[in-house]
Design a protein around this ligand. Structure first.
Ligand code: AMP
Length: 176
C-alpha cells in the first residue's frame, strides 16, 4: 500500500454497530474535513483513469456524490447521479437488485448517459457489490460502456468484486 493510501486508511473512522448491530460502518468524513487528505483521496481515485477518455462519472447516492463530483472534475468528465427510487425529477431508467432481506431500486435520468459515453462508476464503499452491479446495468440500458470502477474502500471479506466480473477494471484505494 502507498503512503497516501495508508494515510487515508488511518483517517477512516470505523464505527461499530452503525446503522444496525453487526455492521462496522466506514466513516469517510475525517478525510473530507481535511483538505490535504481530501485532495489525496480524489487523486488516488482518479490516478488509473487519466487519459482513458472518461466522459461521465456515474456515482451512487448518497456518499458516492461527494468524491464522485470531485472525481468527475479532476478527470474532465461530466457527473451523473444514480439515486434511490422516486428522487430524480425527470424520466428515468430503473434497476432493482437484491438485498440481504428484500430488494432496492435505483434510477438514473434516461438522457444522462448516451451510447458514445465512456463511463466510470464510483461509490465510496463497495460491500456486497449489488449496488454497483445495478449501476452498471443502468449504464448498459443507456447503451454506453463502463470503462471502470473506482471505490475508495473495498470490504474484501464480502467479495463484492466477484459480482462485478472482469469486463472492466476495479480500482480500489483502501482495502478494509
Ligand atoms: P453494496 O453492498 O456493495 O451494494 O453497498 C451498498 C451501499 O452501502 C454502498 O453505497 C456503500 O457505500 C454502502 N455501504 C455498505 N457497507 C458499508 C459500510 N460498512 N460502511 C459504509 N458504507 C457502506
Amino acid at each position: 500500500m502507498t503512503s497516501t493510501a495508508l494515510d487515508l486508511q488511518h483517517a477512516i473512522r470505523n464505527v461499530a454497530n452503525f446503522p444496525k448491530a453487526g455492521i462496522q460502518f466506514k466513516d469517510i468524513t475525517p478525510i473530507l474535513v481535511d483538505p490535504v487528505l481530501l485532495n489525496q483521496a480524489v487523486d488516488a481515485l482518479a490516478a488509473p483513469y487519466f487519459g482513458q477518455g472518461i466522459t461521465k462519472v456515474v456515482a451512487i447516492e448518497a456518499r458516492g456524490f461527494i468524491l464522485g463530483g470531485m472525481l468527475a472534475c479532476r478527470l474532465g468528465a461530466g457527473f451523473v447521479p444514480v439515486r434511490k427510487k422516486g428522487k430524480l425529477p425527470y424520466r428515468t431508467l430503473v434497476e432493482t437488485y437484491a438485498l440481504e432481506y428484500g430488494t432496492d431500486t435505483i434510477e438514473m435520468h434516461e438522457d444522462a448517459v448516451s451510447a458514445s459515453d465512456r463511463v466510470l462508476i464510483h461509490d465510496d464503499v463497495i460491500a456486497t457489490g449489488g449496488t454497483a452491479v445495478a449501476a452498471h446495468r443502468l449504464v448498459k440500458q443507456a447503451g454506453a460502456d463502463v470503462v471502470g470502477y473506482a471505490f475508495l474502500i473495498e470490504l474484501d471479506f464480502l467479495q463484492g468484486r466477484r459480482l462485478l466480473g472482469e469486463q472492466a477494471p476495479v480500482h480500489v484505494v483502501i482495502h478494509g
